[in-house]
Design a protein around this ligand. Structure first.
Ligand SMILES: Nc1ncnc2c1ncn2[C@@H]1O[C@H](COP(=O)(O)OP(=O)(O)OP(=O)(O)O)[C@@H](O)[C@H]1O
Ligand SMILES: [Mg+2]
Length: 225
C-alpha cells in the first residue's frame, strides 16, 4: 500500500458559517492503481487531493504514506517526502515560463539534488512523449497539449510512488485531452505508475481502473457513470 487516508474530515469556516467538505472519508491507494474521482464543482475534489498530497491537513483523521503518518513528520521531512514520493499535475500546469521544456521537467530533480542521472531520464521521458525536438522550447513556444505533457513528465522525474492530477485535462481541447489520457494510461500500464485523478469530466473518470465519486461529503465506488 502506498497511501491510506483514515476517516479524514475537513471543514472551512467562512464568516459565521462552516462548510463541511467531507466527513470520515477513508481511502487506500496501492501500487499500480489508476484511481479517478469524479464529482460536481465544489464537491471537494481539490481539497481532497491537497490533503492526500500533504499540501493541506485534515481537521481529524490521518493520512499515511508508505505506512508513516504524515502528521507526525516535521515540515522539512514532509517536504522531502512530498518531493521524493509524490508527483503533482495541476489544471493550469504551472510550467515556469523562463525555463525550457527540459529544464521544467528537471525542476523537481534539482530540488531533490539528483541532477546527474535525471538529465538522461528527462531526455528519455521527453522522447517517450514525442517531444525531443521541443526540449529547448520555452512554455510560450509550446502548444497547450505539449505543455500538459511536459507537466506530466515533471511529475514523474523523481519516480514518485503516486502522481496526483487535479483536472489535468481542464484547459485542453478534446484531442489533446485524449492524448493526455492515453499517456496516463500508458504510464500506468507500462510503468505500473499509480495515479489519483480528480475530474468533473466523465470521459476522464472512465479511464480509472478504480472509479470513485465524491458527493454529499463522502467517497463511494461508482457504478455505471
Ligand atoms: N480555503 C477555503 N476557504 C473556504 N472555503 C473553501 C476553501 N477552499 C475550498 N473551499 C470550499 O470547499 C468546497 C470544496 O472546494 P474544492 O475546491 O475542493 O471543490 P472541487 O470539487 O475541487 O470543485 P471544482 O470542480 O470546481 O474544482 C467548496 O464549497 C469551496 O467553496
Ligand atoms: Mg477543484
Amino acid at each position: 500500500m502506498i497511501l491510506s487516508a483514515d476517516r479524514i474530515s475537513k471543514s472551512f469556516a467562512k464568516g459565521s458559517e462552516t462548510v463541511t467538505v467531507f466527513e470520515n472519508l477513508s481511502l487506500e491507494v496501492h501500487a499500480g492503481d489508476l484511481i479517478t474521482i469524479i464529482g460536481p464543482s465544489g464537491a471537494g475534489k481539490s481539497t481532497l487531493l491537497n490533503i492526500l498530497g500533504t499540501l493541506d491537513s485534515p481537521d481529524s483523521g490521518s493520512v499515511s504514506i508508505r505506512g508513516e503518518r504524515t502528521d507526525s513528520l516535521e515540515d522539512a521531512d514532509l517536504a522531502n517526502l512530498r518531493n521524493t514520493s509524490l508527483g503533482f499535475v495541476f489544471q493550469f500546469h504551472h510550467l515556469l515560463p523562463e525555463f525550457t521544456a527540459l529544464e521544467n521537467v528537471l525542476i523537481p530533480a534539482e530540488i531533490n539534488r539528483r541532477q546527474d542521472s535525471s538529465q538522461q531520464k528527462a531526455l528519455e521521458l521527453l522522447d517517450f512523449v514525442g517531444l525531443t525536438d521541443r526540449k529547448n522550447h520555452y512554455p510560450s513556444e509550446l502548444s497547450g497539449g505539449e505543455r500538459s505533457r511536459v507537466a506530466v513528465l515533471r511529475a514523474l522525474i523523481n519516480d514518485p510512488d503516486i502522481v496526483f492530477a487535479d483536472e489535468p485535462t481542464g484547459n485542453l481541447d478534446a484531442e489533446n485531452a485524449q492524448k493526455l489520457m492515453d499517456l496516463i494510461q500508458q504510464l500506468n500500464r507500462d510503468r505500473n505508475q499509480a495515479f489519483l485523478i480528480a475530474t468533473h469530466n466523465a470521459d476522464v473518470a472512465d479511464i480509472g481502473t478504480r472509479k470513485l465519486v465524491l458527493k454529499d461529503r463522502s467517497l463511494t465506488e461508482s457504478g455505471i457513470l
